[in-house]
Design a protein around this ligand. Structure first.
Ligand SMILES: CC(C)(COP(=O)(O)OP(=O)(O)OC[C@H]1O[C@@H](n2cnc3c(N)ncnc32)[C@H](O)[C@@H]1OP(=O)(O)O)[C@@H](O)C(=O)NCCC(=O)NCCS
Length: 182
């Protein structure tokens, strides 16, 4: 399977709270699904963080647990391939805005549409629920992620100076308004 092929163009089966994606050739060796994150998945999310952030863990177990147990509405989704967690996204909702707190895809699965699929799910869910906007912060140096967000219509709103404590890097505050779609 080439790096560039995008399995997620090939939706086949829709379940209540989970969507199963099969390649067009119905190769059962490549079963993808999206589902909500459970507590038992947290160690897999941390493993992906360690891999993609060169050993750093911006969100540890306590942070994930308090997010999943917290008072605010959250939507945490992951993608599994053959029962292996390969990517995830986290969004926290206040009254009007869905704030994307996390998105990461394991290196082996990058460039194949996993993040696009996760962002689409969050966007559709927020749109249907009547939210006005989505927002997020991204490192000014993270051009791959910025390209992904711009593709989704996010625009830079401001720069948050020295937002990332690990190296005092600035964050780009990015914003997407649903009304621009209407
Ligand atoms: C950013 C990240 C989540 C993208 O995940 P992904 O599954 O590889 O993304 P997709 O395959 O859905 O690609 C979507 C778009 O992102 C951009 N993109 C993603 N990876 C890219 C790369 N290596 N080079 C250039 N553009 C890239 C492109 O615009 C791409 O669209 P295209 O395929 O139409 O050109 C992934 O690279 C990652 O986990 N990075 C480390 C963690 C991180 O930086 N998270 C963001 C924190 S704000």
């Amino acid at each position: 399977m080439s790096k560039k092929s995008n399995f997620f163009d090939k939706v086949r089966v829709l379940f209540t709270k989970q969507i199963v994606y099969l390649p067009k050739e119905v190769d059962l060796g490549e079963l993808f699904l999206i589902r909500e994150v459970k507590y038992t998945d947290i160690r897999h999310l941390i493993a992906i963080e360690k891999e993609v952030y060169e050993g750093e863990v911006p969100w540890g177990k306590t942070a994930f647990l308090s997010e999943l147990n917290g008072p605010q509405a959250v939507l945490y989704l992951l993608v599994e391939c053959d029962q292996e967690v390969v990517g995830f996204i986290g969004t926290r909702f206040d009254e009007e805005d869905g704030h994307i707190t996390n998105i990461a895809v394991s290196k082996e699965f990058q460039g194949r549409g996993v993040a696009t699929t996760l962002l689409n799910e969050v966007k559709e869910t927020a749109r249907k629920a009547g939210y006005e906007s989505l927002s997020l912060e991204v490192r000014v140096s993270n051009m791959d992620a910025q390209r992904l967000y711009r593709k989704f219509g996010f625009v830079a709103r401001s720069v948050k100076k020295r937002y990332y404590h690990s190296n005092n890097e600035d964050a780009l505050d990015m914003f997407y308004r649903f009304e621009e779609e209407r």
